[in-house]
Design a protein around this ligand. Structure first.
Ligand code: UT7
Length: 357
């Protein structure tokens, strides 16, 4: 049985269309000044016509597989965390599984709003450490632009589209995911929801007329609970990993609002220079925000091998959770090379030897 589950590949995809605060000023009664000062957001990405949550997810997944040097057909599980699936069913994970050719993998979605990526990571880790599987593709992907009421300035300025993915693999090395904690409070579900389109209020002319298929949010209430819940979950995950706050090299929080992120750091007395922030360029991409941030933190040298990393999120449901991991990075040494990789290396050696000096 494997001792640990470790991230060996990561990748993201953000749609090419950028919508700035200036663009929003032309649609609703808002201003760059209000959005920037209240949220930290300057721009967000919007999926093109024809792009869907599964197509964004598949692009992120391929990048993560490349990084891990793992073939899609060797995957054992695909989990997609999303609140904006292509369909109520089939699951977006099944669409991704088919799109990338993960022919031997199980596939299902996790719906825990902005906490979906950490929830999916917790499931993958649990199944790997229990010995049930050796690897999993964990994705957070959203096209929230499709669920926004573009006449509602209190929500449409906040969210964006994107996808991030991680390959999680079994290892006997002492690295990887050290703790995961998850919490929920369904009594507050109505404060952040899409009221219609499910079994309680099926789609009808009336629900469409009343705009009930859009995201509705009591922002202030959500804000207050987000700071405390994220800070509590962070402390719990750090303690579960047998660490203290001083051991954490980088915090990667869900990117919902810069004031929430600052509030969590302040409550924890955690130095802001150790907090990764990219909300200014993506807005709130819900389940995708943490995996996109992981990719950007790694690409910009903020995430190095051996770093202790804290992931922490809060979202609709309510749901909240955190995870502590030791970042490993490149897959070498974690998994024995596949026959194909081994053959490739032999070939590289031969070429090296015969090359004239
Ligand atoms: O992903 C996890 C779930 N989501 C979140 O974590 C989001 C949590 N909530 C928030 O981030 C913040 O509550 C918001 C950014 C949504 C709102 O910020 P706020 O400081 O709580 O503003 P507010 O809702 O108290 O509104 C203040 C004023 C209101 O005007 P009045 O009533 O004071 O005259 C709003 O109508 O700002 C107005 N307002 C806007 N003005 C310009 C609300 N949205 C806008 C807007 N542009 N886009």
């Amino acid at each position: 049985m494997a001792k640990n589950a470790v991230i060996t590949g990561w990748g993201y995809y953000a749609p090419s269309r950028v919508m700035t605060n200036a663009d929003l000023e032309k649609i609703v009664d808002t201003s760059d000044e209000w959005i920037t000062s209240r949220t930290g957001i300057k721009e967000r990405r919007i999926a093109a016509e024809g792009e869907t949550t599964s197509s964004l997810a598949a692009r992120a997944a391929r990048a993560a597989l490349d990084k891990a040097r793992l073939r899609a057909q060797d995957l054992q599980l695909v989990i997609v965390g999303t609140a904006s699936p292509d369909y109520l069913f089939p699951a977006t994970a099944c669409l991704v599984q088919s799109e990338i050719g993960a022919t031997k993998a199980g596939a299902f979605d996790v719906e825990a709003a902005c906490t979906s990526f950490i929830s999916a990571l917790a499931i993958a880790r649990g199944m790997i450490v229990s010995g049930a599987i050796d690897n999993a593709l964990v994705i957070g992907a959203e096209t929230l632009s499709r669920l926004l009421n573009w006449k509602d300035r209190t929500t449409c300025v906040l969210f964006g589209d994107g996808a991030g993915a991680a390959i999680v693999e079994a290892t006997n090395a002492s690295v990887g995911i050290e703790s995961t904690v998850l919490h929920g409070d369904g009594s507050k579900g109505e404060l952040l929801m899409v009221p219609a389109g499910g079994s309680k209020l099926p789609a009808s002319a009336d629900t469409v007329e009343r705009g009930m298929h859009f995201i509705s949010m009591a922002g202030g209430e959500v804000f207050k609970l987000a700071v405390k819940s994220m800070a509590d979950a962070a402390e719990e995950a750090i303690a579960d990993a047998g660490l203290t706050l001083d051991d954490i090299d980088l915090m990667i929080p869900h990117q919902a609002n810069i004031r929430i992120i600052d509030g969590v750091a302040k409550r924890l007395r955690f130095p802001s220079e150790k907090v990764f922030v990219n909300i200014q360029r993506y807005g709130n991409t819900s389940a995708a925000s943490i995996p996109i941030a992981i990719c950007e933190a790694e690409a910009t040298g903020r995430l190095r091998q051996g770093d202790k990393v804290l992931l922490v999120a809060f979202g609709g449901g309510f749901t909240w959770g955190a995870s502590v991991l030791e970042w490993y990075g490149a897959h070498d040494g974690i998994r024995p090379p596949s026959p194909l990789e081994r053959a490739g290396r032999v070939l590289e050696d031969v070429v090296e030897r015969v090359r004239p000096s």
